[in-house]
Design a protein around this ligand. Structure first.
Ligand SMILES: Nc1ncnc2c1ncn2[C@@H]1O[C@H](COP(=O)(O)OP(=O)(O)OP(=O)(O)O)[C@@H](O)[C@H]1O
Ligand SMILES: [Mg+2]
Length: 253
């Protein structure tokens, strides 16, 4: 049986009586990038939260359907255990404010005992910051607090923090939202590199179709909580099957 890295089956999310995600199904193989695109309010962030179960922190949220990550039933397992194979970078950067840049990246591997020595930890922190394209900008101020970084740098710090835990599935909510276009392309290249080198699978939320087309292998287009279109990026970019997709790609919705 072929195992998907991510399989979402008939996912529905309600918050109170509002139906926010409406019967969404997608599946992607490992080492691929899925772009979830759609206008503001279409349910992109909610879909990510249903995948990593952080939706459970929202009072009155209800989830139906099935989510499998690398063959594991996300809702059948202990949420802390299952989240260990996923890393999440949120729409708004949220570095731990009371910890240094270094500590922000080091804390996860330390708590989870992924390293045996200070040297190994230093190497892992450097590796994660390099992979997040931040190392050169912070190597001389690793012990500064994160609020001295720009928004885009803080976003990359959160990416490094997620990578340090060596996730198999990385969930990114508008990772370049705070970043200028040049750095945005840099981050996109870094993400593609991670997929190639580490075999990581990525789900990336974006409201810019250009980014979805540049970076992804698959596109899921959400509109008002419904999956309008899902498939290979090349197919959708060249030959979208729904009028809404055509309009979104043209920037008209
Ligand atoms: N905690 C919440 N309580 C009530 N409604 C919510 C909550 N979170 C999201 N919603 C609603 O769910 C819908 C989808 O929101 P979501 O944040 O998933 O959209 P999005 O596609 O990520 O938008 P954006 O591009 O602006 O980030 C919106 O109508 C929003 O108002
Ligand atoms: Mg969002």
């Amino acid at each position: 049986m072929k195992e998907f890295a991510l399989e979402v089956k008939d996912l529905n999310v309600w918050i109170r009586d509002k139906h926010i995600i409406k019967g969404v199904s997608v599946q992607i193989p490992r080492a691929k990038i899925l772009a979830v695109m759609g206008p503001s309010g279409s349910g992109k962030s909610t879909m990510l939260r249903a995948i990593n179960r952080l939706i459970e922190l929202i009072p009155d949220a209800r989830v139906e359907g099935r989510v499998e990550v690398y063959g594991r039933d996300v809702y059948a397992e202990d949420p802390y255990k299952i989240r260990r194979i996923m890393g999440t970078v949120f729409q708004t950067p949220n570095p731990f404010p009371h910890m240094s840049i270094y500590e922000n990246v080091a804390i996860g591997p330390k708590i989870n005992r992924l390293v045996k020595s200070k040297r190994e930890l230093d190497e892992l922190v450097r590796w994660a910051l390099e992979k997040a394209m931040l190392w050169d900008e912070v190597k001389d101020r690793l012990h500064d607090p994160p609020h001295r970084l720009s928004g885009g740098q803080q976003q990359r710090l959160c990416l490094a923090r997620a990578l340090a835990l060596k996730p198999k599935l990385l969930l990114l909510d508008e990772p370049t939202g705070n970043v200028d276009p040049v750095n945005a392309v840099k981050i996109e290249e870094a993400l593609k590199g991670l997929v190639k080198e580490l075999g990581l699978t990525i789900v990336l939320v974006t409201h810019t179709p250009q980014q979805a087309v540049r970076i992804s292998d698959y596109i899921a287009f959400l509109y008002m909580g419904k999956l309008v279109e899902f498939g290979l990026t090349d197919r959708i970019a060249l030959n979208p099957s729904h009028e809404l997709t055509v309009k979104f790609l043209r920037g008209e919705v």
